[in-house]
Design a protein around this ligand. Structure first.
Ligand code: NAD
Length: 360
């Protein structure tokens, strides 16, 4: 029996997590995997109910689980709160830090059924499949911040700090992933020409490269990378980068997969891994049965693969998602002419049904 901590969160979080559990239960029955799901509040929902966005009890539940499944946190209701109470900083960033989830892996895969719905031409985007490894517990989002009055007005400061060990451990993880990939190619993305932290980053990547002579290491500036992602996305297979660079590049890369609603992620590094869609709580469509649950459902598949070692069950979900897309079903964000529009719940039902029907 596997214990899964479930943190639905805010906005569309609870809607997409309901569909994910529906699909996980279907695959569990099919593959004989027993999973116990224990829900807890996180983010704005937790703040409203308990006064804190991430309670010690929730943290403990996470520590003692085999994996964590998260929806999304945040929303306009909490945007003006001081940073220690804001759902993203006080729950998600804290969760990553406390659980030592220093690597956020975002999987960008264009399902064949979505090629014609992509804003990019078929010949550019077809066959895109890459992983962005984003450093997730250091860098610009975790450095010292301050805002102060000056004689001229106000001044705000953010700091981008990296220690050798932080770069080394994310670098090693990236080289290991690249080593297992058929192309054995790693792109390290930095801003070496301007930032001191990027110069340390590059030095360490070069040092690690000597331990991985079978991996071809390439360095790329982040601004060039943003351009290359839409010019020729198939050149990439594994990419590793700083926290904010990775945040921005993966939102851009999500469009290669058709929508931000298609991008699953895994946060790893510590004892327990966390799985969540790459998107936010989408308050503009929350509660309207419009959200695409596939990023969350595919995050569930990653959980099966990486935390439960249930490769067959993970593949079964990925095959089911592919079949539903091939059959022409689309949520609003990936809708194209001639396709069949469905809502969040219907999409979850279709994937669960397909999981049950498909042969292993
Ligand atoms: P967002 O990802 O929530 O939404 C951006 C756009 O994408 C919106 O138009 C939204 O409707 C759309 N979208 C996102 N997910 C979708 C889905 N599954 N299906 C269909 N459309 C989808 O980003 P945002 O608007 O910048 O942020 C909204 C809130 O979420 C903010 O409070 C932000 O801080 C928070 N946030 C949380 C996380 C997280 O929990 N991991 C990540 C990013 C943003």
């Amino acid at each position: 029996m596997y214990n899964i901590a479930v943190l639905p969160g805010d906005g569309i979080g609870p809607e997409i997590i309901t569909e994910t559990i529906k699909v996980l239960q279907a695959v569990g029955e099919k593959c004989g995997l027993e999973m116990k799901f224990t829900e807890a509040l996180v983010g704005g929902a937790a703040l409203d109910a308990t006064g804190v966005p991430l309670s010690d009890e929730t943290l403990e539940l996470c520590y003692n689980s085999d994996a964590i499944l998260l929806g999304a946190v945040g929303g306009p209701k909490w945007d003006t709160l001081p940073v220690h109470l804001r759902p993203e900083a006080a729950s998600l960033l804290r969760l990553r830090k406390e659980l030592d989830l220093f690597a956020n892996l975002r999987f960008v895969k264009l399902f064949p059924g979505l090629v014609d719905g992509s804003p990019l031409k078929r010949e550019i985007v077809e066959g895109t499949e890459l992983v962005v490894i984003r450093e997730a517990t250091g860098g610009l989002y975790f450095g010292e911040k301050k805002r102060e009055r000056t004689a001229e007005g106000e001044r705000a400061v953010d700091t981008l700090v990296y220690n050798t060990f932080e770069i080394e451990r994310i670098g090693r993880l990236a080289f290991e992933m690249a080593r297992k990939h058929p192309r054995k190619h790693l792109t390290s993305v930095d801003k070496h020409n301007v930032l001191a932290s990027s110069r340390l980053w590059r030095d360490i990547m070069n040092k690690l490269a000597k331990e991985y002579p079978d991996v071809n290491l390439e360095h790329m500036y982040v601004d060039n990378c943003a351009m290359q992602l839409v010019r020729n996305p198939r050149q990439f297979s594994i990419m590793v980068t700083e926290n904010m660079f990775g945040d921005i590049l993966t939102d851009e890369a999500s469009m290669l997969a058709g929508s931000i609603g298609m991008l699953p992620s895994a946060s790893i590094g510590g004892k327990v891994a966390l799985y969540e869609p790459a998107h936010g709580s989408a308050p503009d469509i929350a509660g309207q049965n419009k959200a695409n649950p596939l990023a969350a459902i595919l995050s569930g598949a990653l959980m099966l693969r990486y935390s439960l070692s249930a490769e067959e069950a993970a593949l079964s979900i990925e095959k089911a998602v592919n079949s539903v897309l091939e059959a022409g079903y689309r949520t609003g964000d990936i809708m194209a002419p001639g396709m069949k529009r469905v809502g969040t719940v219907e999409m979850g039902d279709l994937v669960a049904k397909s999981v049950k029907e498909e042969a292993l």
